[in-house]
Design a protein around this ligand. Structure first.
Ligand code: HEM
Length: 487
């Protein structure tokens, strides 16, 4: 069966086949791998878009990809899920091989539909509002940590500190228990997770699955960490169930993601149970920590380089919450901060590509692609193109506000820049992520003066693709605002 998944009126009939596409010439066995920047694979593919256009072929080892960089075609593909398109299977295979239960990110078909329903219950806007007190406690801990560094005049290692912030925020919500990496390095569960997530990424990127034939000591440590994490999650689930049994009112107003997912899983006909809840506890950590931390790091980097935008952000925060205390009403007033987040994600999307696979024959753009085609969705192409965003290379948050003018109206812009994906599998955590970002920025800008954010070598921050795309080696310097005012 052929179906057109192109979102805008492109050729309804294919004029090309995958074999007609050009692309970089590869080598036997490794394909184009050696031509790619190992630490920034996404950049290599983006460079090829400049050379070969929005559709081309390339190979990573034995895997043949078609790169698709046109935003409308990408949106069409993303909307055609779960029936016509799936996520590429590699991460799921490696996750399953480790014995980890699959969550919504890796599930497909009917299993995905059931899990998505359960997960969405946790992201219901009224529930997300109820998570505010938990997020506020974590933001206060970040404040205490940064206040210590600022009073000593120390540089702050930006990305690791922001990771502690998002780990405490999301792990707290997903486990339903306080996690305090901002205060101590002794969080045992986090020490296990720190072994699991980087190893997962390493295995996804490994050209050969060496661990199937030969287990190194690090592979054994990884297996041990997986067992320990699973045991810990079982305990968290049991504790949350006990709380729900003791206080039935929690069923209507769960205080965290775990309680919300458990209540949804217990609903008649949900089709999901404790295994799926456990899989999604891990999924929240995988999908929700690096992404938000790295977006915040990029945002601070871009603001530090754009003093006019920074001044406006400070003015907005000081007007909305001069004491740094936050509630929903005050957070709702931080429109410019939210625009800064959108502008950051346009220039520095932490998921710069999405791996997809066709589940049926399809016409993408003007190209006939057979069932099984692997697609490398280049998510940062049209979003940094002057055709869609005038002076696209510039950091101009105001383009996301109504005052940006009709050509840049936010809704049109959001169809081109899709940092949270699109369609039925669009990121369910996006409002929570924006909430965390606003809380962090409001705390920082109201209590400190941002003195500098720069890479250690003083050069432009390099992009590195690990689980997500992060800036390398950013250091931040802050000055307490009272002192700034006094001096
Ligand atoms: C700035 C922060 C974030 C960014 C940029 C981001 C980006 C993304 C992207 C690009 C996807 C794939 C969407 C698609 O396939 O169309 C995704 C999926 C997902 N994200 Fe996020 N995300 C962020 C924060 C979060 C947070 C805080 C959570 C949860 C705590 C979360 C949970 C998920 C889940 C569960 C999925 C899988 C959805 C599905 O397959 O149905 N994300 N995210």
């Amino acid at each position: 069966m052929e179906t057109s998944v192109a979102a805008r009126p492109l050729a309804k009939v294919a004029t090309r086949r995958v074999e007609d596409l050009s692309g970089p010439r590869g080598l036997p066995v490794v394909g184009n791998l050696l031509q790619m920047d190992r630490l920034a694979l996404h950049r290599s593919v983006e460079d090829w878009v400049d050379r070969y256009g929005p559709y081309f072929r390339f190979r990573v080892g034995s895997r043949r990809f078609v790169a698709v960089a046109d935003h409308a075609a990408l949106a069409g593909l993303l909307r055609d899920r779960p029936d016509g398109v799936r996520r590429s299977a590699k991460l799921g295979e490696i996750w399953g091989e480790l014995g980890l239960p699959a969550g919504v990110f890796l599930a497909e078909g009917d299993a995905w539909k059931r899990q998505r329903r359960m997960v969405m219950a946790g992201f219901d806007p009224t529930h997300v509002r109820d998570y505010l007190p938990s997020l506020a406690r974590v933001t206060e801990r970040l404040h205490a940590r940064w206040a210590r560094a600022a009073s000593r005049g120390e540089d702050i290692p930006l990305q690791p500190d922001l990771m502690r912030f998002t780990v405490d925020a999301i792990a707290g919500l997903a486990f339903g228990a306080e996690v305090k990496t901002l205060e101590s390095d002794d969080e045992v569960i986090q020490q296990h997770l720190d072994k699991i997530f980087p190893a997962l990424f390493g295995r996804v990127m490994s050209p050969l699955p060496y661990w199937r034939w030969w287990r190194r000591p690090s592979d054994r440590r990884l297996e041990h960490a997986v067992v320990e994490v699973q045991k810990a999650i079982e305990v968290f689930i049991a504790q949350a169930r006990a709380r729900l049994a003791a206080d039935p009112e929690l069923r209507n107003r769960p205080r965290n993601l775990l309680e919300a997912m458990l209540v949804a899983s217990e609903a008649e006909g949900s089709g999901v149970g404790d295994t799926e809840v456990a899989g999604n506890v891990l999924t929240m950590l995988l999908a929700g920590e690096d992404t938000t931390a790295n977006t915040l790091a990029w945002m601070l980097y871009l603001l530090a380089r754009n003093p006019t935008a920074l001044e406006r952000a400070v003015r907005e925060v000081m007007a909305a919450c001069p004491d740094g205390q936050l509630d929903h009403e005050r957070l709702d007033r931080l429109d410019f901060i939210e625009a800064c987040a959108h502008e950051t994600m346009r220039l520095k999307p932490v998921a710069p590509f999405l791996g997809l696979q066709l589940l049926r024959d399809a016409v993408v753009g003007d190209i006939a692609m057979p069932h099984g085609t692997l697609i490398w969705g280049v998510m940062r192409n049209d979003g940094v193109d002057d055709r869609y965003f005038p002076e696209a290379a510039a950091f101009r948050p105001e383009r996301w506000l109504a005052e940006g003018g009709p050509a840049q109206a936010a809704s049109a812009a959001k169809r081109v820049s899709m940092p949270f994906g699109a369609g039925p599998r669009v990121c369910p955590g996006r409002y929570l992520a924006l909430l965390e970002m606003k809380m962090c920025m409001a705390m920082l800008l109201s209590r400190f003066e941002l003195v500098s954010v720069a890479a250690i070598d003083g050069q432009d921050a390099r992009e590195q693709l690990q689980l997500t795309m992060n800036p390398v080696g950013l250091r931040m310097r802050l000055r307490p605002r009272e002192r700034a005012a006094a001096s």
